[in-house]
Ligand binder design. Sequence first.
Ligand code: SF4
Ligand code: SF4
Length: 320
Amino acid sequence: MNDRTLPIVSPAPARCESHREPLRPAEGRGRRDAGDGHLSILYRGPLASCDYDCAYCPFAKRRDDPERLRADRAALERFTAWVAGRDHPVSVLFTPWGEALARSWYRAAMVELSRLPHVRRVAVQTNLSCRTGWLADADLTRLALWVTYHPSQVAHDRFLAKCRELSRLGVRHSVGIVGHPDHLDAARRLRADLPAGAYLWVNAEEGRRYTDDEAAQWAAIDPLFGYSRFAHPSAGLACRTGESVVSVSGDGTVRRCHFIPEVIGNLYDGSFERALRPRACPAATCDCHIGYVHLEPLGLYDVFADGVLERIPAGWPALP
Ligand code: SF4
Ligand code: SF4
């Protein structure tokens, strides 16, 4: 896990993004999906273990027992088969609690899904601790990685070498870091050393209030940090989740997003499809990128375009 955002289950170690001013429902509606039945799915199975040991994370160095791992694998294979059998366009972002790419079945699912013609994008949040050889089997026109840098867990040079390897292989990816003051030098150094074509995002730390000077320091690294600095007021505003974006858990339970506990159906009995419709957000605020990127008044589909799920702005590195 990386950009934690947690709804229904545990506490989030790192907060995601925001905007300072409240938006009105009719304001700045971003581009909607093309109307071709495209569905974006945020999938999170039972897996809840990680090979890293981040101090703030409830999944640090946690191990899943064999039964949970078997259940996770079976759930993922069922999900992958469902996507393979779908006849409308689909994009998938895996948002595991722990580190998915440490498990062979997630690497296999990424490869398999990337090779399906109706899958537009398959992406995963990862700490990039895995080897990169498996990517050779994937269709890199569809696969992407959402990579988070954890300076306490991996040396700069080692992490940078992995990122450069992704660039060399032509693997679409973003790289990010939590905006903790202790990370500032590491973030600056990484930004300086990363290829210019790699977008480095910064997530505001959960619960931290940034002064304008502090925010400016982070914005010098990530020009879109302003979206992360504050939680977005979202109550009553149109959000694509529950219409063209859904959250799916291992047993196929469908919710509109990771943050709203109401169940709208199940993937495997088809009941969720009858529930898809335009919806307003019932929550007061939305503070994580994987949520508010779909909040229509923010217009972030125009900012990220084809990179909505993997968090790569359109035209990067040509942003002002
Ligand atoms: S890398 Fe692992 S320990 Fe660190 S925040 Fe992500 S899931 Fe937690
Ligand atoms: S804005 Fe959308 S993603 Fe965020 S909490 Fe509301 S419904 Fe969920």
